[in-house]
Write a protein of this length. Structure first.
Length: 402
């Protein structure tokens, strides 16, 4: 006997990244696929000390149910951090979530109806597509240039949009950052329209040389929903994120999350707050930025030395990813088994496109987890795979890297 599943369940799809992570457990595999933070970046000692302190002094609250919105001091800390970035945030406009992925799901529940239009960058974050897709929207791609997505809201396909989802800082998967001028254009285009800006900012603190411009949300008070996370700053295992939005939206998001998990872990919230109040975060961020900068540089150097002509990439100024564009005739999905046979994993770019035909000659690389030596080995192997495929198309030998 088979059970009757909901129509919504038909929208649930397998994440190719999660499937690839299973393969990375094979001995000798070097994964440039998943966007996992470097384990050596986790502040283990600070977390251990904070955990003991919380259990010694706050056990009753830490081990009990708590408010669905999150504990008040942590909401206030988040609001203060956003205020420092130019966002007019108040503590009661903050919802603490079980990771920012839950925030995306809650946003989908509250804002998206079947067949409503959601505008997305091309390419965009796969997890957001998965979170939104279950609510049956119509995805519409935004036009992209070197500065990011263009605010083409007068396009007939965009006029009826209910939501625009953007990742202005070190975008997953491209690593691209939207400059201040383009953010201003977006703010001007969105202001006064009945379109919600959903700004996802998981990587904003992972800048290398200078911080990115202020959040786009800072220019759209009352019209924007800003998501953040502690996964990249502290540890993803903590599963702690947040949403900032107008109070009426926070109220609806809170009701939606009560039906899902009631609240974010009281223990985790108090543990993280204790770490934040200890003052170790800035030193922690300096260590992470230095680590990822060195690993990015190692990957850029390896790409320059090992990739054949005709492969393009740009140097990200923060975040965790480099986006590769292969010659037009190549298929990154078809090349993946060949790379896996050489013990190298990456994510084919087709996974990150929502609508329209996805180019098959793109792929995402992460430099966050592998060591510089592993990065050089992996890129050398990947370069050999691409060179072998390129040999089958000798006409494509004119372009150089960017």
């Amino acid at each position: 006997m088979s059970l009757t599943l909901s129509q919504r369940s038909a929208h649930y799809t397998v994440s190719p990244i999660r499937e690839l992570l299973k393969l990375t457990e094979q001995p000798g595999m070097i994964s440039l696929a998943g966007g996992l933070p470097a384990p050596q970046s986790f502040p283990v000692q600070a977390l251990r000390a904070a955990c003991l302190d919380v259990l010694d002094t706050q056990a009753q609250g830490a081990l009990q149910y708590g408010p669905s919105e999150g504990i008040a001091p942590l909401r206030a800390w988040v609001a203060a951090q956003l205020q420092a970035q130019g966002v007019a945030a108040k503590a009661d406009e903050v919802l603490i979530t079980s990771g920012s992925q839950q925030g995306l799901d809650l946003v989908g529940r509250v804002l998206i109806d079947p067949d409503s239009t959601v505008l997305v960058e091309r390419p965009t974050y796969l997890g957001a597509l998965q979170a939104f897709a279950q609510y049956g929207p119509r995805f519409a791609d935004l036009t992209d240039d070197a500065d990011g997505a263009l605010p083409t809201l007068d396009n007939p396909a965009h006029r009826a949009a209910r939501v625009v989802y953007l990742q202005p800082n070190f975008r997953n998967p491209t690593g691209q950052t939207m400059p201040a001028a383009r953010r201003q254009q977006w703010a001007q285009a969105l202001r006064g329209r009945s379109i919600a800006l959903v700004e996802d900012n998981p990587y904003g603190e992972l800048w290398f040389d200078q911080p990115p411009p202020p959040p786009l949300s800072s220019q759209l008070p009352g019209q924007s929903i800003l998501l953040g996370t502690f996964s990249k700053m502290l540890s993803p295992g903590l599963r702690l994120g947040y949403v900032h939005a107008p109070q009426e939206v926070i109220a609806k998001l809170t009701l939606a999350r009560q039906a899902a998990d009631l609240q974010t872990s009281s223990l985790t919230q108090r543990l993280v707050l204790k770490v934040l109040e200890s003052g170790v975060l800035e030193a922690q961020l300096l260590r992470i930025r230095d680590l990822y900068r060195r690993q990015r540089d190692a990957m850029l150097d390896a790409l320059q030395r090992h990739m054949p002509d005709g492969v393009h990439w740009a140097a990200p100024q923060g975040g965790m990813f480099i986006w590769l564009t292969l010659p037009p005739s190549m298929d990154a999905t078809a090349l993946l088994p060949l790379a896996l046979a050489r013990k190298v994993a990456y994510v084919p770019g087709t996974a990150f496109y929502a609508a329209g035909a996805a180019p098959r000659n793109t792929l995402r690389l992460s430099y966050a987890t592998a060591t510089p030596k592993q990065i050089d080995t992996a890129i050398a192997q990947l370069g050999a795979v691409v060179a072998a495929a390129r040999a089958d198309h000798p006409a494509e030998r004119s372009a150089t890297t960017a």
